[in-house]
Ligand binder design. Structure first.
Ligand code: FMN
Length: 132
């Protein structure tokens, strides 16, 4: 029996199972990329599919740039890029485009997943914003 949060996280596969339930069922979109320079998507949850219209499995191997278009603020993307190059988190919003071309305001928080000093992947928590 699991009595505390620490026991759940440290128990055999408990932390992993918890993270899977959280990511799959989050009301917010969750997008994970690898740590390569290109930043390929390795996971997108159901809320990402609902938000963007992109099938979650079909975006694996692509990059989040598929969401960008002519109205996307290049200065925000440059700030995100700088933060990523420094290995730090970033929070911002920009115009993105759904699979059918509809523009919307994407609000995201992008964070490094670190093991020790090494960034092994990136995760973004995303939702539709109302103001820019
Ligand atoms: C986990 C993660 C999620 C991202 N999600 C978005 C997104 O939803 N919309 C967006 O415009 N850019 C997003 N990006 C940013 C692009 O993937 C890319 O890092 C950005 O365009 C800067 O690189 P570039 O200057 O080479 O285009 C995300 C990046 C990461 C790492």
């Amino acid at each position: 029996m699991v009595g505390t949060f620490e026991k759940l996280m440290n128990g055999s596969d408990g932390g992993l199972a918890l993270l899977q339930v959280l990511a799959e069922n989050s009301f917010d979109s969750v997008l994970i990329t690898d740590a390569s320079a290109e930043g390929k998507i390795i996971y997108a949850n159901k809320a990402f599919q609902k938000l963007t219209g992109h099938d979650s499995s079909s975006v694996v191997g692509k990059t989040p740039r598929i969401l960008q278009g002519p109205g996307t603020d290049a200065s925000v993307i440059a700030k995100l890029s700088n933060a990523m190059n420094s290995g730090v988190k970033f929070e911002g919003k920009a115009i993105n485009y759904k699979n059918d071309g509809t523009p919307f305001i994407m609000y995201w928080r992008v964070l490094p997943i670190k093991v020790g000093e090494t960034t092994i992947a990136w995760v973004a928590i995303q939702r539709e914003g109302s103001v820019i």
